[in-house]
Design a protein around this ligand. Structure first.
Ligand SMILES: [Zn+2]
Ligand SMILES: [Zn+2]
Length: 367
């Protein structure tokens, strides 16, 4: 029997339905899991996505794209193939794609996280025969603290900075992470001052009815007196830039899953690192994979070879699949962000750059 989905040089392809999921080369019909730029690329003739992704796709790819949206769980039929979107919990609008044909169900996860952040939709475990999982943080060392603990760490840090007479600047990826921080810190922060890259996405989401608190755009006219008692949020590309200097004296905190690895905070010249991610950690990935009941797993971006090997060692049929994903949201490189100036790229340890030790199927030994 033909596989329902296959990996081609353009992307994940469904031959029966003649469409691609998150293609990295232009195709006639693109099914998009979420609006991050490594998954939602320009140049496709037609886009199909979860409804909540539409405004974000338009913001990124232009108002004039041909796009159709489906509610979560709504099914459509394409040449005998059944397709539906289900919450992935990764960012606003993010979805897993469920594709059924000839008695087989495949699910492509896009990116996902299993912890509910309050705005991205709760991750929905789906039963399937074949599961294509991301594995951005597919190493046993990646285990996130519950997010309420991280937010309380951030609040204490802001408080310490205040005591020391410093402004607080948090670096967070502009689409997804920034909204998550703003939403979850809104009870303790009076005033959010944000970089333009964050402001545009934020305002557009508010306009479309997302219950996000008000933020203020930082401009050359923003008075210095506004900085104390505010939280500044900037995209990774703005760190170490001329744009940043106006906040001096300030403390810099970086919010990224990569902050779990000691040394990355220092490498980024940050005063604090908060290991908060919009991707599942190692236990989250394993738990999600198990819940699918899938008989075959393909692991894409991140530590995909480690993940595939670990699953094999645990008796599952698993394979690494090469894709072009993973080049954006968690890599603190500044790519894809419209920073106003400076744009000194920050380089931190990227997936695959280390030699991971998985042990002999003992994921419970963090290093
Ligand atoms: Zn993503
Ligand atoms: Zn991704």
């Amino acid at each position: 029997m033909q596989p329902v989905l296959s990996f081609t040089d353009k992307g994940i392809y469904c031959a029966a339905g003649d469409f691609y999921i998150d293609p990295w080369k232009p195709v006639p019909r693109a099914v998009i899991t979420h609006a991050h730029s490594d998954h939602a690329r320009p140049g496709n003739q037609h886009y199909l996505c979860a409804k909540d992704s539409i405004p974000l796709l338009q913001l990124r790819l232009g108002q004039d794209i041909s796009v159709q949206g489906l509610a979560f769980g709504e099914q459509i039929y394409i040449n005998g193939v059944t397709l539906s979107f289900h919450p992935a919990g990764h960012m606003i609008g993010s979805a897993q794609v469920k594709v059924s044909y000839g008695g087989q169900t495949w699910v492509a996860s896009g990116d996902y996280k299993t912890e509910n952040d309050g705005i991205s939709g709760a991750f929905e475990p789906l039963k399937c025969h074949v599961f294509i999982t991301e594995s951005t943080f597919g190493l046993p060392i990646y285990r996130w603290k519950p997010q309420h603990n991280i937010f309380s760490d951030i609040r204490s840090w802001i408080h310490e900075n205040e005591q020391a007479g410093k402004n607080s600047v948090l670096v967070a990826y502009s689409l997804g992470k920034a909204q998550r921080l703003i939403y979850n810190l809104s009870h303790s922060v009076e005033r959010f001052l944000v970089h333009g890259a964050i402001f545009n996405a934020h305002e557009m989401l508010r306009k479309h009815g997302w219950p996000l608190p008000q933020v203020e755009l930082i401009t050359p006219q923003t008075p210095k007196e506004a900085f104390p008692n505010s939280l500044v949020i900037a995209p990774p590309s703005a760190a170490d830039s001329a744009w940043m200097r106006r906040f001096a004296p300030y403390a810099l905190g970086v919010c990224s899953g990569w902050m779990q690895v000691r040394g990355n905070t220092r490498r980024q010249n940050a005063d604090a690192g908060f290991a908060i991610s919009d991707h599942a950690d190692w236990p989250g990935l394993l738990q999600a994979i198990k819940a699918t009941g899938a008989e075959k797993i393909f692991a894409t971006h991140g530590f995909s070879s480690v993940m595939a090997r670990y699953l094999q060692e645990n008796g599952l049929e698993a394979e690494e699949a090469k894709t072009a994903y993973g080049a954006e949201e968690e890599e603190i490189t500044g790519a894809g962000n419209a920073a106003s100036s400076g744009n000194t790229a920050l380089h931190i340890q990227a997936p695959g750059a280390e030699t991971p030790q998985t042990g002999n199927g003992t994921p419970d030994t963090p290093e």
